[in-house]
Design a protein around this ligand. Structure first.
Ligand code: SAM
Ligand code: SF4
Ligand code: F3S
Length: 488
């Protein structure tokens, strides 16, 4: 697989396509009597969310505006897909139908599908065969090429499918990023994954590991701080592999430490790291830097050494305990969260008991628990010892019950204390209830007194820091009351 770092010349080509599309959508606006609209629908993880912010940014540069909430179907609809589990794929095909009739009433409408699912040949074939009204299909590696591909698809007026075999590295200045949140900026620092866990589609979908330039990341973080965004999330499938292949010798710990020293930023998070190569230095930075968030997400996947080996996760559960113990010793008042898969091929009741034992020992503050999903093309999909669904469902229920109890206990330990919260926004269902997170990533729902609220719109609080006293706990969050803003 070839890896190519994009240059200013590549950027120029995209800018030319954006200018042409601006002109084209200007003429569409005259015909329609209103500005053309776009909608980007995102499935999957934060890396996809980050890609969607880039897609939105490009569409804004082309002169389109976001589709109003209850308005008619957008003129450009982009579905940014995820392939990690079968249900994510089903959701895409389930959601495509209505666009067919929308397209019949709006001949200029463009339906675009991109993201990880498009790296799976069966999905692309299915679109080719059964969804002729989809105009453009491309894979995640060609995100940078979206303007050229959209222009070509419009010119061609027939389905355009462009799946490449090159892994590109684009720095942030390649894009006009439409950052969706005022409280947190997503910053991919590397792309792809080389780990090839035997159940996982991501290395096939996202290509080989490749890292952005250190200086470019730091420039992006400074720009984010200047925008007044208080939190950054450094993203990669395995951030601890950052820097391999770059010449400057910088590691993830260097990026993390440098991020924590940027003036204007208050919180630095990262997602995800792999237990096999999380360095103690990263944990020490979490201990020593006030801006480093006190939250470690470390996917365990299973508590059975036998299954970990079969999953191609090269660590033992004892090694996992050692990292977790070191983290909790060094970074008190923190949270440790994880991912666990239930029903991996060959999982015996004994293996599952190992997982339950590990969960009880480690007392994760929260966990994403998944039922194993067979991903065509991955090694595990061809294992013969697949676990019957009823067994998976039963085990999953047992795990969830234990983990929910532990998460509730973690939340209960917060009651009676006050914490600084970064406010994420107001609940849509319950206006007047705000949500935010502690430094340890605990989710907090809280009220703000009437007199403060009446002088502001709810949106004014997004991205602000406040002390909140925690009054009660729920399984997935805590409830509290506002004390004072801390960022004035
Ligand atoms: N790179 C991250 C890591 O290793 O920590 C994980 C990223 S992956 C998108 C998120 C989680 O999805 C994984 O940790 C795993 O638990 C889950 N996952 C991946 N493939 C899966 C599959 N085939 N079935 C069920 N869960 C899966
Ligand atoms: Fe998938 Fe494993 Fe890579 Fe994570 S480290 S993205 S689970 S292959
Ligand atoms: Fe899904 Fe791709 Fe992320 S498969 S979880 S969107 S890397």
């Amino acid at each position: 697989m070839t890896i190519i770092r994009l240059t200013d010349d590549d950027r120029k080509i995209q800018q030319e396509a954006i200018s042409e599309l601006r002109e084209y959508y200007g003429s569409v606006a005259l015909k329609k009597g209103s500005t053309p609209t776009f909608e980007v629908l995102t499935y999957g993880c934060q890396l996809n969310e980050a890609d969607s912010e880039k897609l939105s940014g490009m569409l804004l540069s082309m002169g389109l505006v976001p589709k109003p909430e209850n308005g008619p179907a957008a003129d450009v609809v982009v579905l940014n897909t995820c392939s990690v589990r079968e249900n994510a794929e089903d959701r895409l095909f389930g959601n495509l139908g209505p666009y067919k009739s929308a397209k019949q009433t709006n001949r200029d409408m463009m339906i675009v599908i991109c993201g990880c699912m498009m790296k799976v040949a069966e999905n692309v074939d299915r679109i080719r065969r059964s969804y002729p009204y989809v105009d453009l299909v491309f894979d995640p590696q060609q995100l940078y090429n979206f303007p050229v591909l959209l222009r070509d698809a419009i010119r061609k007026d027939k389905q355009l499918i462009n799946i490449g075999s090159v892994d590109y590295i684009a720095e942030d200045d390649f894009y006009d990023i439409d950052r969706k949140r005022r409280f947190r900026a997503l910053v991919p620092i590397m792309y792809g994954c080389n780990n090839f866990c035997t159940y996982c589609i991501v290395p096939y979908a996202r290509g080989r590991e490749r890292s952005r330039k250190f200086d470019s990341i730091i420039d992006e973080l400074r720009t984010i701080a200047d925008m007044g965004i208080k939190e950054v999330m450094l993203l990669g499938q395995n951030v601890n592999s950052y820097g391999k292949g770059n010449e400057d010798g910088k590691t993830f710990a260097d990026v993390f430490e440098a991020a924590c020293s940027i003036e204007g930023l208050n919180r630095v998070r990262f997602m995800s790291s792999h237990p096999k190569d999380l360095s103690k230095r990263v944990i020490d930075i979490m201990r020593d830097c006030p801006k480093a968030e006190k939250h470690l997400h470390l996917a365990m996947q299973s508590g059975s050494d036998r299954l970990l080996m079969k999953m191609n996760r090269p660590y033992t559960i004892k090694e996992f305990y050692d990292i977790a113990d070191y983290f909790r010793e060094q970074v008190p008042e923190s949270s440790l969260t994880t991912d666990i898969i239930v029903g991996f091929p060959g999982e015996t009741e004994e293996d599952f008991q190992d997982t339950l034992r590990a969960v009880e020992y480690l007392k994760f503050d929260s966990a994403f628990t998944f039922q194993y999903s067979k991903r065509p093309g991955t090694p595990a999909a061809s294992y013969e010892d697949q676990i019957p669904q009823d067994v998976v469902t039963e085990r999953f229920g047992r795990l969830l019950e234990i983990q929910n109890g532990l998460a509730y206990r973690s939340n209960q330990s917060k009651v009676g204390h006050s914490y600084e919260i970064l406010i994420e926004g107001q609940s849509r269902q319950q206006p007047g209830i705000f949500t935010g997170r502690t430094m340890s990533n605990h989710l907090v729902n809280f009220t703000i007194p009437e007199d403060i609220c009446s002088q502001n719109t709810g949106d004014d609080f997004e991205g602000r820091l406040a002390m909140v006293r925690i009054d009660s706990a729920r399984p997935y969050s805590v409830d509290g009351a506002f004390e004072r803003f801390t960022d004035v």
